[in-house]
Write a protein that binds this ligand. Sequence first.
Ligand SMILES: Nc1ncnc2c1ncn2[C@@H]1O[C@H](COP(=O)(O)OP(=O)(O)OP(=O)(O)O)[C@@H](O)[C@H]1O
Ligand SMILES: Cc1ncc(C[n+]2csc(CCO)c2C)c(N)n1
Length: 257
Amino acid sequence: MEFMTHSSTFLLPTIPDGHRPSLTYALVVLNQRLPTFAPLLWEHAKLRLCADGGANRLYDEFPPFFPHEHASDVRNRYKPDVIKGDMDSIRTEVLDFYTSMGTKIVDESHDQDTTDLHKCVAYIRDFMPNLANSNLCILVAGALGGRFDHEMGNINVLCRFSTIRIVLLSEDCLIHLLPKTHQHEIHIQSSVEGPHCGLIPIGMPSGKTTTSGLEWDLNETEMRFGGLVSTSNLVKEEKITVRSVSDILWTISIKKL
Ligand SMILES: Nc1ncnc2c1ncn2[C@@H]1O[C@H](COP(=O)(O)OP(=O)(O)OP(=O)(O)O)[C@@H](O)[C@H]1O
Ligand SMILES: Cc1ncc(C[n+]2csc(CCO)c2C)c(N)n1
């Protein structure tokens, strides 16, 4: 079985003319308080989308990240490539502003069965002609810490697009899927993440899972809701390995600046 490596280098500053990152990042901005490192995610991304009301967050919350600049200068600099969703949350002034800036608007108000994040991930998937070879990783800002139905909907997007790398982010933590098709090596960026972490089964009991590098390692252990779920675990080594017969979620805390 092949190894898949994971590393939260998108939380580190971009290096001008530095060596090329191994992944190509896309950013989706959701309609939830944005993390203070959102401008950093923006710099890493090659494609930037707002999910419906996520455009209000970009418009309202980016200027205060740069208190010494005029709000209009900040808004002119941070122009999304695409705004997509059912368009029931974006304010008219925000829609008009980004339309005048040349942002592509994709109105899918006819689809009331998939979330705006789902619609954005589907757009990125269809936009990338060579998805399998692209080493794409989608960063999702504002995915956690708000309404529980939205949080679960966002986690469901990880499950629905389980072959695409997607990282859900809030100010406090990140979550991504570890597909059962691979063994996983997680390289901890200890300056920006950890030590709190967890491994969570999704939808069904997780079957046997084995880890190394954690304070409480699993050894062919089954996890299930109603039984054992590995929360409040701690990273002990720089490299964590995980092997599981089921898809499971990895979560790790993000350090305050
Ligand atoms: N409180 C929240 N917590 C987590 N994610 C959120 C939250 N609010 C919105 N989102 C995410 O941002 C996306 C866009 O939000 P938006 O408010 O535009 O959605 P919506 O479909 O209009 O929501 P609603 O259920 O209120 O009609 C959602 O699809 C969801 O992924
Ligand atoms: C069983 C079921 N539950 C909820 C919704 C509602 N819903 C789910 S995604 C979405 C779009 C949000 O932008 C809406 C309205 C549905 N369609 N089917």
